[in-house]
Design a protein around this ligand. Structure first.
Ligand SMILES: [Zn+2]
Ligand SMILES: [Zn+2]
Length: 138
C-alpha cells in the first residue's frame, strides 16, 4: 500500500477527501479527548503526513475546533451532519484520519492501543461480547 488513493467522506456525503500512502501509524486512542470527540470508547486513527492528504469536495462545510492549551489536539467535523473528519494537528506536522470516515479499506490494520490509562471504565473488548451480524430482532 504505497500510492493507492484512499477515499473517505462524511455521513451526508457533502465532504469528501483522499490520501495516499504510506500510512505511518494506525492506532486506537483511548484518551478522554478522543472519547468526547467520537462519542465512543476510543478513536481509530490513521496518521499520515500533511502532503499525503487532499480535500476533494465540501471544504467550505468544514468546522474546526482547537482545544486550548494543547500542542496538537484539534477536531474537524462536517457542519451539516456532524461527522468527525480528518484533522491537521495544531503543529501542522500530521493529519489524523478517523478510520471510520473511510470508504475504502486502507490496507493496513491497527497496531496498538494508546492512552490505555484513560480507557473508559465501561469498556469491554469487542471479542468478549456476543456478536450479531445485524440489529438483533427483539
Ligand atoms: Zn456531512
Ligand atoms: Zn486520543
Amino acid at each position: 500500500m504505497d500510492n493507492n488513493k484512499i477515499v473517505g467522506s462524511c455521513l451526508c456525503g457533502k465532504i469528501t477527501f483522499q490520501f495516499v500512502g504510506p500510512i505511518k501509524v494506525f492506532q486506537y486512542c483511548h484518551c478522554s479527548r478522543c472519547q468526547k470527540v467520537t462519542g465512543s470508547a476510543h478513536a481509530s486513527n490513521i496518521i499520515i503526513d500533511p502532503e499525503q492528504f487532499t480535500w476533494l469536495r465540501g471544504e467550505e462545510l468544514l468546522g474546526r475546533f482547537e482545544l486550548p492549551n494543547t500542542r496538537h489536539f484539534a477536531t474537524t467535523f462536517c457542519k451539516n451532519c456532524g461527522s468527525y473528519l480528518p484533522w491537521l494537528t495544531q503543529s501542522g506536522k500530521a493529519f489524523v484520519i478517523p478510520a471510520g470516515s473511510l470508504d475504502d479499506d486502507p490496507g493496513v490494520r491497527p497496531i496498538h492501543n494508546i492512552f490505555c490509562a484513560d480507557k473508559a471504565s465501561w469498556y469491554k473488548t469487542v471479542d468478549s461480547l456476543i456478536k450479531y451480524q445485524a440489529l438483533p430482532i427483539q
